[in-house]
Design a protein around this ligand. Structure first.
Ligand SMILES: [Zn+2]
Length: 181
């Protein structure tokens, strides 16, 4: 299979524009802590929970309940605070510099894909939810990029606490990818 370069600019929003809106941007300081993702809530707060779609093609490398996800890249400590509930992480491959690119989808109500599944861009992977440390139905979405060419550590089982360490860089998708296609 031909190697293809992952381009974050080609990612699409994990929530359709008609279904979601950003409720907390990447990098916001909340309770003294930086928010290492984008929160996307329902556009219609009384409507059904929207489906979540893969921002780019890839392989599901984590599907489980995560205690922690979203590590600040500077301090090396595991975890970003409260739990991210039902999480899917998709591995997309490497960028032009050989850095590994992942996208993570937290607080899901349910999963629509299996661990190890290959997904296409836009494929339904689950349903927006309120699992983990969440105060309402929303998606916590993050793109991760390794700072070097070493893959990020993931639990082999696809369950258990998930920590991305200082080797990872959390990227603001609002700056690098379309959130409202
Ligand atoms: Zn969040």
């Amino acid at each position: 299979m031909a190697q293809h370069v992952v381009d974050i600019a080609r990612f699409i929003s994990p929530v359709r524009a008609a279904d979601g809106r950003i409720t907390s941007p990447w990098g916001a300081i909340r309770s003294g802590r930086k928010h290492w993702g984008v929160d996307i809530g329902r556009r219609n707060a009384s409507g059904a929970s929207p489906s979540i779609r893969a921002a780019q093609a890839g392989t599901v490398v984590y599907r489980g309940v995560s205690g922690r996800l979203g590590t600040p890249p500077s301090n090396g400590a595991a975890g970003g605070g409260s739990g991210y509930g039902n999480v899917i992480v998709i591995y997309h491959g490497t960028d032009a510099l050989g850095r590994h690119i992942y996208s993570a989808y937290g607080h899901l109500a349910s999963f629509a894909v299996a661990l190890g599944a290959n997904v296409t861009q836009g494929q339904n992977i689950g349903v927006m939810g309120n699992t983990g440390g969440s105060y309402g139905i929303h998606l916590h979405y993050t793109i991760y990029r390794s700072s070097g060419t070493t893959k990020l550590p993931l639990p082999a089982s696809g369950t258990g606490s998930l920590g991305f360490y200082e080797s990872s860089v959390s990227i603001d998708p609002g700056l690098t990818a379309a959130l409202t296609p």
